[in-house]
Ligand binder design. Structure first.
Ligand code: NAP
Length: 267
């Protein structure tokens, strides 16, 4: 039986296994999707070596960047973002074509589907934000500077939306990008109407926490978008909604990135 899986840490509650196993069942495929909870990413080669039927895997926190040194190829988006969430394992020498895997008997190809997964959700969000001629153009604030934040930044730049990253330690982050700190937000929220939480703050089980932003400055002119999908309505979204802002959670992005991963990994 062909195997796929999810590589991460603390992933027992992940969405991916149910999503992919359900697809295999419905399509009558002889495949299974397993969780590979690794204490350290250095265990990856042993995992791949011990599972000859493993054809590919998704990568989640905290290994989206750490997995890169183990890969033989990066898609242009993954290389630009330095973040990978899908890895295809090529084992069959005829599949390898002209690619030379060196001393290994497999070749690992890394992709990023988070960025297009987010990008596909943007058109209705931006359309709604531009519906009134009285409103200024859309600029965004991205909370966090990790792999998900970079993926959001790439999608926003492709959509022509200017953005600023917001970091707890802006001085050491994101060379070549605009980064501010949370204390700057009082001045920026008026002109930046799209606020994307790309930090893990508020994610299950820490549902009582919310990003440290001045919520009283949010209004019906704002859209607050949380990449988190568990819980479906984070404290960030609840507080934004209480101010009249429109809210979007991470479920549609999650489904999009999984469908795109399916296309890459499909047997
Ligand atoms: P990450 O690398 O763990 O964290 C992202 C950034 O968040 C960090 O670089 C940090 O930026 C900030 N941060 C971390 N802990 C914080 C804290 N306690 N307080 C304030 N800021 C904090 O996570 P990630 O992999 O980029 O993912 C971020 C979120 O997106 C997660 O909740 C993940 O589940 C979600 N996600 C959703 C989807 C989807 O399909 N819906 C896809 C990918 C990711 P600074 O140090 O610069 O402040």
């Amino acid at each position: 039986m062909v195997e796929f899986g999810l590589v991460g840490k603390g992933i027992s509650h992940s969405f991916s296994a149910d999503f992919f196993n359900d697809k295999y069942r419905r399509q009558g495929l002889d495949a299974v999707y397993l969780n590979f909870d690794l204490e350290d990413i250095s265990l990856l080669p042993a995992l791949i070596g011990s599972r000859p039927d493993l054809k590919g895997f998704n990568v989640t926190s905290p290994y989206k960047r750490e997995v890169i040194p183990f890969l033989d190829y990066l898609s242009p988006a993954a290389a630009r973002l330095q973040a990978v969430n899908v890895v295809k394992v090529v084992r069959n020498s005829s599949d390898l074509g002209s690619l030379k895997p060196g001393h290994k008997d497999y070749f690992l190809m890394g992709y990023n589907t988070d960025s297009p997964g987010f990008g596909l959700t943007l058109p209705p969000v931006l359309e709604a934000m531009c519906s009134s001629p009285d409103l200024p153009g859309v600029s965004a604030l991205i909370l966090g500077t990790g792999g998900a934040a970079s993926a959001v930044g790439l999608a926003l730049s492709e959509a022509g939306v200017p953005y600023i990253f917001v970091s707890r330690t802006p001085s050491v982050k994101m060379a070549g990008e605009s980064v501010c700190c949370y204390t700057d937000l009082s001045e920026l929220l008026d002109s930046h109407r799209l606020v994307v939480n790309a930090s893990p703050v508020g994610m299950f089980p820490n549902v009582e926490s919310a990003p440290d932003i001045p919520y009283h400055l949010l209004s019906s002119r704002h859209v607050c978008y949380d990449l988190i999908y568990n819980p479906p309505e984070t404290l960030f979204l609840q507080r934004a909604k209480a101010q009249g802002a429109k809210t979007v959670n991470g479920m549609e992005m999650l489904l999009n990135q999984a469908e795109l991963a399916w296309d890459i990994l499909s047997i």
